[in-house]
Write a protein that binds this ligand. Structure first.
Ligand code: FE
Length: 231
């Protein structure tokens, strides 16, 4: 996957941000963070585009190909509901809150994309409330043929005891479920939340109309030929 020179890849990424319909983010967060430190000219380019670059977190999230690193699991919490609707947008008419697109890939630890992986999101609304009676701000989708997912939603509010987060379950076909949570960078409450894990911080940019957040899930998929199948 590292067959393009950095400069070209970075320009591709900028185009992805400006034109989110053409999204196919193929860069790991670690690549982006390290590149951001070493190539200031491209940061200037980002600034021209009005993109706010992020101060790197304490460490980058685990990326595929890094010694078997995988996305860590986290508690499901009290608000998961099964059988969420199949949908890629959790937005509803009149729903308040800052719009955010969350997107990325589901990958194996050796960087193979996982098509048809289940990605099931649930989150609080802009007042920190979960819908436990219905399915507001709940939805699942499946990665496409390139292992990509894309969610349209709002930025959840904090609620007592927790920093800002989105819950998610990820499951490759015929594999165990990974339950985890995604976090936002630069939140002061991250440091006060005992559940918070910096490995699960998304890369977030301000874009016209809201935010663009990216995160690649890395799953430890058992490579048994008999278990591989689509859904
Ligand atoms: Fe929660």
């Amino acid at each position: 996957m590292h067959n393009k020179p950095y400069e070209s890849k970075h320009l591709d990424r900028m185009r992805n941000i400006v034109m989110p319909k053409d999204h196919k983010l193929t860069h790991t967060r670690r690549e982006f963070l390290s590149a951001s430190v070493t190539v200031p000219a491209t940061l200037a380019f980002a600034s021209v585009l009005g993109i706010q670059t992020q101060v790197p977190e304490v460490r980058a999230t685990p990326a595929c190909g890094e010694g078997g690193a995988r996305t860590p699991a986290q508690t499901e919490g009290p608000y998961f509901k099964p059988t969420s609707p199949l949908r890629t947008s959790l937005l509803e008419p009149g729903m308040p809150g800052t719009r955010v697109v969350v997107e990325g890939s589901v990958l194996t630890t050796d960087c193979r994309p996982i098509p048809h992986a289940l990605v099931d999101f649930w989150q609080a609304d802009d007042r920190g409330q979960y819908d436990n009676a219905g399915y507001r701000l709940r939805g699942h989708q499946f990665t496409d043929d390139t292992g990509h997912y894309r969610l349209e939603t709002i930025v959840p509010a904090l609620y007592p005891g927790r920093t800002r987060h989105i819950h998610v379950k990820v499951q490759a076909p015929n594999q165990p479920v990974l339950t985890t949570q995604l976090y936002f960078p630069g939140e002061s409450a991250n440091q006060r939340d005992v559940i918070f894990n910096p490995d699960l911080v998304m890369q977030v940019h301000n874009v016209e109309g809201g935010k663009l957040a990216t995160f690649d899930f890395v799953l430890d998929v058992r490579s048994s030929g008999s278990r591989r199948s689509g859904t």
